[in-house]
Structures are given as structure tokens and as C-alpha cells.
Design a protein around this ligand. Structure first.
Ligand code: ATP
Ligand code: FE
Length: 367
């Protein structure tokens, strides 16, 4: 089968066509990143309008590059949850239009499930596995037992790590330095950190260090950094376009603290799964790390060390598949299609609606 995937949950308009083996026949994307830079963040109605302007081109380009027409595909997968409502609506509306016009089944996809399952596109990763999803809107630890079988172990109680990186990078004014100009916040902070001479120069408080559950918190770090930056700007009498001294050390300290928090929570989730026999010698021991923040090599390497110590195998998708893209939606559609073709053949298009706040799976731990 061939599946078309459409992604418009946030600020990237993406489309891709895949075959059963996860071979990418084509990919097409329009990024709104540079447009949103001007406003200092994503403005939902503007994001929706840009999706509206670009969706047709992006999808047509995916067909053109694959040398296929809409008649040739078996089904259309589209992100319908969670995300920005005005953005989600554009993708869902266009997917429904294509589904009606060409009489194709529609597969509604959960964006975070798609982030998690992309790792299976290029790797043999049997269920169950533990999965850490860290991105611009989420931080989730989940036990994945099947394509549609997600069990929540923990999530962030406030901000997501990608969001914190983006806000802190903006507050640090990293964009004023040409080398970071076109990077997202997470990339800029990773890049600056790699140039640090003393990562311990600044101290940040480790979040939730007293708690032994699998929850995350990043808002404390965000406030913490803002206070330090304000103090440094005052003490050094900086003008509004000047960057604090030792910003590289600052970024390294920040990244270390975020990483330590993430690694501790992950270790805790592993412990929980082992204690409850969700993960055993029989199931095998695997951790999947995905979502935009998984592009970060420092965090990945730290998790890899943890996994080596605990005899877990770690997987992450290719970096370009960790951030939002149409491929992961097409792949999620493919996994669902192969498992449940009949369900989607019989789906009623009117039942497919957007759900901006959709949760992932069922809770395994009551918090
Ligand atoms: P969600 O998936 O939760 O809905 P999203 O789709 O907006 O959020 P993604 O595209 O998955 O998010 O990821 C984007 C986020 O990843 C941004 O916040 C960005 O700062 C972060 N990010 C990208 N590269 C890196 C990196 N190298 N290090 C840390 N963070 C990164
Ligand atoms: Fe995402």
C-alpha cells in the first residue's frame, strides 16, 4: 500500500508518501519558522492562514515528487490531535476534501503517537518499549505496548522542554549573533553550550529533585534563568541588544540541568516498568527517544550512558524525523492501516474532528 501523510498541527505544513516498508517515496514541507521569527513566536491565526495558503502546494508537490496521483494511494493519514486548533483544521479539512474527491479512507493520527512510532520506520523495535517524547509542546514518558496501546507514566506539569529552550534562547537574544540567527532555540542553546569553557559557572536548581515519580517541570528553570539574565544585564549595564557575558557557559549549565532532570525521570520510569514487570528479560529492554528535543546530542548521549548502564537499547529517529514532518504521519497511518484496514475503510468522515487537547493513551500511574 501507499499512504499519504499530512501534518499541520503547529507551524510546519508537511506531506509525505510512504510504502509498506517505510520507504519514503516523497516528502514536501513548508516551514513557517522564518515568518514567525518576526513576531517572536507563533501567532495561531497567522499559522492557520499560512497553512491554508500552502497546503495545496505542499500536497501536490508530494504527489509530483513520488510520480503518483491521488488515485494511486490507498489511504490518507492526517494529524487531527493535539495541536493548535486553527492549524489542525486546515490539514483535516484538506485531507477530507481529498478523501471525498478520490474516495479514499481517512486515518486520523495522534501527533505524539506519530512522534513515538517514527522510530520503528527504520529500526526493528518490537513492542513493548519505553518511550520518552520531548518536544515543543510535550514531555512524556510512556510505555508503548502496541500501535494504539500507549500507557502514560508521566508528563510535564507545566512547560515543555523545547518551549523552555525557545523562550530562554529568545530572552538571551542568541538570535542577535549571526551563527544562531536561523536556528531554533534548542539548536542555538546546544550549539552555544558546545563552546562553553566552564559549564559550572552558573547554578540552576534541579526541578522536582525531592519527588520520585515520573513527572516533569520546566517552568522553574525558565524563571530561574530569567532572573539570572536580568541580574547580569543590570550589573553589566547592558544595552537592549547586548548579550550577557559568558552566555556559552550559561547555556551549558542550563542544558546540563535540563538533561539531568530528564535523565532522572527516565531512570525512574525504567525502575517503575521493571518493578511492575512491564519490562522484563522476555520483553527485552528498549528506550525510544523522539520529538524535536531528541535532536539534542548532549541529551541523547546522556540517556545513552544511562541505557548502557541499565542494559537498555536506545533508539532515536533520524534528526530530520524527530521534529515535525509529514513522514511520521504517513508512517503512523501505515502502521494503523496494516493492523486495522477494515476500520479505516468504514470510517465516517463526519466523525473525524480536531481535538486540540487530546491526551495520549491511558494513565498507568495516578499522580
Ligand atoms: P509537539 O510535538 O509537542 O506538538 P512541536 O511539534 O511544536 O511540539 P517538535 O517539532 O516536535 O515540536 O519540536 C520542536 C522543538 O524541538 C522546539 O521547541 C525546539 O526548540 C526543539 N529542538 C529542536 N532541535 C533541538 C536541539 N538540538 N536541542 C534541543 N531542542 C531542540
Ligand atoms: Fe511535534
Amino acid at each position: 500500500p501507499y499512504i499519504l501523510g499530512i501534518e499541520t498541527s503547529c507551524d510546519d505544513t508537511g506531506a509525505a508518501i510512504l510504502n509498506r516498508d517505510g520507504n519514503i517515496l516523497s516528502e514536501s514541507v513548508h516551514s513557517q519558522h522564518s515568518q514567525h521569527l518576526r513576531y517572536g513566536g507563533i501567532i495561531p491565526p497567522i499559522a492557520g492562514e499560512l497553512h491554508r495558503q500552502n497546503i495545496e502546494n505542499v500536497v501536490s508537490e508530494a504527489f509530483r515528487k513520488a510520480n503518483l496521483t491521488p488515485n494511486d494511494i490507498d489511504a490518507i493519514a492526517v494529524t487531527n490531535r493535539p495541536g493548535l486548533v486553527m492549524s489542525l483544521r486546515i490539514g483535516v479539512r484538506y485531507a477530507k476534501y481529498l478523501a471525498r474527491k478520490y474516495n479514499k479512507p481517512l486515518i486520523p493520527v495522534h501527533h505524539m503517537e506519530a512522534h513515538a512510532l517514527t522510530a520503528r520506520m527504520n529500526n526493528q523495535i518490537p513492542f513493548p518499549f519505553l518511550c520518552l517524547l520531548a518536544s515543543g509542546g510535550h514531555c512524556i514518558l510512556t510505555l508503548v505496548k502496541g500501535v494504539q496501546d500507549f500507557y502514560m507514566l508521566g508528563e510535564t506539569m507545566d512547560d515543555a522542554p523545547g518551549e523552555a529552550f525557545d523562550k530562554i534562547a529568545r530572552r538571551l537574544k542568541l538570535r542577535y549573533l549571526p551563527e544562531y540567527e536561523w536556528m531554533n532555540g534548542g539548536q542555538a542553546i546546544e550549539c552555544a553550550s558546545s563552546k562553553a569553557t566552564n559549564p559550572n559557572q552558573f547554578e540552576f536548581t534541579l526541578p522536582l529533585s525531592q519527588y520520585k515519580d515520573c513527572q516533569f517541570s520546566f517552568s522553574g528553570i525558565k524563571d530561574n534563568t530569567r532572573r539570572i539574565i536580568e541580574r547580569l544585564e543590570r550589573d553589566n549595564k547592558l544595552s537592549p541588544d547586548e548579550i550577557i557575558p559568558d552566555h556559552e557557559n550559561f547555556c551549558a549549565g542550563l542544558l546540563q540541568t535540563v538533561t539531568k532532570h530528564i535523565a532522572r525521570r527516565t531512570q525512574r520510569a525504567i525502575q517503575f516498568c521493571e518493578d511492575n514487570d512491564y519490562i522484563t528479560d522476555e520483553t527485552g529492554r528498549r528506550l525510544v527517544f523522539s520529538g524535536g528535543v531528541a535532536c539534542n546530542d548532549f541529551i541523547y548521549n546522556t540517556l545513552k550512558e544511562l541505557c548502557d548502564k541499565l542494559d537498555y537499547e536506545i533508539f532515536r529517529p533520524m534528526k530530520q524525523h524527530c521534529t515535525d514532518n509529514g513522514i511520521m504521519i504517513a508512517w503512523n497511518g501505515m502502521e494503523r492501516w496494516l493492523e486495522n484496514e477494515e476500520t479505516y475503510r468504514n470510517i465516517n468522515l463526519d466523525d473525524v474532528t480536531v481535538d486540540p487537547q487530546a491526551k495520549l493513551g491511558t494513565n498507568l500511574i495516578e499522580n
